[in-house]
Write a protein that binds this ligand. Structure first.
Ligand SMILES: Nc1ncnc2c1ncn2[C@@H]1O[C@H](COP(=O)(O)OP(=O)(O)O)[C@@H](O)[C@H]1O
Ligand SMILES: [Mg+2]
Length: 625
């Protein structure tokens, strides 16, 4: 492994993201946040858990009654039969044995069923909590926590916890009970033989300690390599078109093979440990049984121990060492589950950084139509006034916006231009509250975005980018996303307004045509038109277009542009575009450089001047020629 890590290629970087946080011994495995989560998850179930405990105890007691009853039968049931043919005592013992066997079966059925139910209920709860929480986490979280890791949390980690309930928990409880009860029972039957049996624990403890130490490492390695396999898998197929376009198939396959081989190696190593441990326990148990048999036989000849007691003892010994193997298997499931729980609680601990306001404020009902243009007369909306007040923002260390001041009156259409990297998209994201400013504030009609409840914000500000994502479903479904209550007629009206009706009508089933996964059955430009219709029907107070027409051809763009006049009428709009033709519909142009506004004015004025915009425009016009 070290040889491979030496010339670490860049993709191995993901390895550091996905290391197991948990490597402490068993006792320290459950950190506080995991414990809190577990307590919270189990709270509704404590009655059931108590019932499970009772059922397990009953089942174990019945199981342990068997050897003892056999001993009693040998010593007290068989002699009357031999001397006088009295079968009554033996039959009585047999009847009791039959009852214990029956009770044990019923109790086992109860507790296995109940652990299954509780386990699945808890896992279901956890699964839903996790999904809902991750959904609410900000874009910033999803940028740093790759989707592969999110998937690992939701699949293999949840699986590990589920396994613990299914396989581990009941066997642990019954094993612990068996060890305790059998140990005590053997001491009570005969303390000398009991001591011999307990002596077996010296090598067993040593063997178990070794196994736990080794397997902790081995299983951690299994989990790490497993999630790397998932991360790489997701990345490959998430970017399948890039993979094929750049002929990365071979390389990605190579990486995948290596990661899978690491996983296989780790699993083989763990199997090898079990291959030593399990027979080790078996041998120890048999040696102890041999010694007990020799010593016990001597004691029987001596007359100080009855044959039946020795028989019970030997039968108990059989049961005594078996659970140890279960316990060590359990240890691994437990460790996997604990580490999964730790990672999941880490995700659940992530605060939605753009949190819902504690004391939400309402927006003023109708915006003062300071700038409602003539064309906006018929619109129900006059738009919202947008202000950036000394907004400072940085993604990590590099400051993108040092201190932005911007006032967009209600109903105005502002075009934002500037070089790539100037911070245009950042402004759009702040306005849609994907992030919050480090200092300063963004307001809508004077209300800080942070004070607006999420549904209000989402209905007032709509951001359209070129990555317009469509969901599986029909074209109509996707348009209706903007306003779920919209009728079919309204959906069509929106499509007509935006100039999308013709292409939609030409689709095989018109508005009912499925768009395919991620809208893959439509062209990029068509997807963009659908997302415009979606925004149109949503009728937000503020519309933000970030390079939203970049994927359209010139004729479609013209179409959209005339449609935009309708869409933007009477609402506030921020339009970011490379193609300066798009910008022509703006009332006002802002030129951004390194996060600062260097020019601000109406298009004609700026174009006539000698500033940056005039320059940009001249170069753009030249590029068209
Ligand atoms: N998610 C992000 N994490 C870190 N830095 C980012 C992120 N997005 C953008 N940046 C950086 O912020 C700066 C401004 O980016 P952006 O607002 O996208 O510019 P524009 O849209 O004007 O091209 C760039 O230097 C970019 O590298
Ligand atoms: Mg951008």
């Amino acid at each position: 492994m070290t040889a491979e890590t030496a010339g670490e290629p860049a993709w191995r970087g993901i390895a550091t993201e996905e290391v197991d946080e948990v490597s402490a011994p068993l006792a320290a495995l459950l950190r506080r946040r995991s414990r809190t989560l577990l307590t919270d998850l189990m709270r509704p179930w404590w009655r059931r858990v108590a019932a499970i405990g009772a059922a397990v105890t009953v089942a174990s007691l019945c199981l342990l009654a068997g050897p003892w009853l056999i001993g009693v039968a040998i010593d007290d049931g068989v002699p009357p039969v031999l001397h006088g043919g009295n079968v009554v005592p033996l039959l009585r013992i047999a009847a009791v044995l039959a009852v214990t066997v029956g009770v044990q079966a019923v109790a086992t059925r109860r507790f296995v069923t109940m652990t299954g139910e509780v386990g699945q209920a808890v896992v279901l709860d956890l699964r839903r909590r996790l999904f809902r929480h991750v959904l609410a986490l900000p874009v910033a979280f999803h940028e740093s926590y790759t989707s592969g890791r999110v998937i690992s949390r939701q699949t293999s980690d949840i699986e590990a916890i589920s396994n613990l309930f299914e396989e581990g928990l009941d066997s642990l409880v019954s094993a612990a009970l068996t060890l305790g009860l059998v140990g005590t029972g053997m001491m009570l039957l005969d303390w000398r033989l009991g001591l011999v049996a307990l002596a077996g624990f010296v090598p067993l403890t040593w063997l178990t300690a070794w196994f736990r130490r080794e397997s902790a490492t081995a299983y951690r390695r299994i989990r790490e390599t497993n999630s790397l396999v998932i991360v790489h898998f997701v990345e490959t197929f998430g970017g399948i078109s890039a993979v094929q376009a750049f002929r990365r198939e071979k390389r990605n396959f190579q990486i995948y093979s290596e990661l899978s081989r690491d996983y296989a190696k780790a699993s083989t190593k763990a199997a090898r440990l079990i291959a030593v441990y399990a027979p080790g326990i078996g041998i120890t148990g048999n040696v102890i049984t041999g010694i007990v048999l020799l010593y016990g036989g001597y004691l029987v000849l001596d007359g100080s121990v009855k044959v039946g007691v020795l028989a019970s003892f030997l039968l108990y010994l059989e049961r005594f060492f078996d659970p140890l193997q279960d316990v060590s298997q359990f240890y691994n499931s437990f460790q996997a589950a604990a580490s999964a729980l730790e990672k999941i609680s880490g995700v659940l601990e992530e605060e939605p950084s753009v949190a819902e306001p504690a004391a939400p404020l309402a927006l003023p009902s109708a915006s003062g139509a300071e700038h409602a243009g003539a064309e906006g007369a018929g619109a129900e909306h006059a738009g919202r006034r947008v202000r950036f007040e000394s907004v400072r923002f940085a993604y990590r260390e590099a400051v993108v916006l040092p201190g932005l001041d911007l006032d967009v009156p209600a109903g105005q259409t502002v075009a934002l231009v500037g070089e790539t990297g100037a911070g245009k998209t950042t402004i759009a994201r702040l306005l849609a509250r994907f992030y919050d400013p480090l200092s300063g504030r963004v307001t809508l009609d004077g209300v800080d975005l942070r004070s607006l409840p999420d549904p209000v914000l989402r209905s007032e500000v709509v951001l359209i980018t070129q990555e317009n994502f469509l969901f599986s479903g029909s074209v109509a479904d996707n348009i209706r996303l903007g306003r779920p209550s919209a009728t079919d007629l309204e959906v069509e009206a929106a499509a007509r307004a935006i100039g999308a009706h013709d292409f939609i009508a030409a689709l095989p089933s018109g508005y009912a045509t499925g768009v395919g996964k991620r809208g893959g059955r439509l062209s990029a430009g068509q997807r963009q038109l659908v997302s415009f219709a979606r925004a149109f029907i949503a009728a937000p107070g503020v519309l933000v277009l970030d390079e939203a027409t970049a994927l359209l051809d010139i004729p479609s763009e013209r179409l959209v542009q005339s449609a935009l006049r309708t869409v933007l009428a009477g609402r506030t709009a921020v339009v970011i575009a490379h193609r300066l033709s798009t910008v022509a519909i703006a009332d006002r142009i802002l030129v951004l450089r390194s996060g600062e506004i260097v020019e601000d004015g109406p298009p004609d004025e700026l174009m006539g001047g000698s500033g940056e915009y005039a320059d940009l425009h001249a170069r753009w016009a030249a590029s068209l020629a």
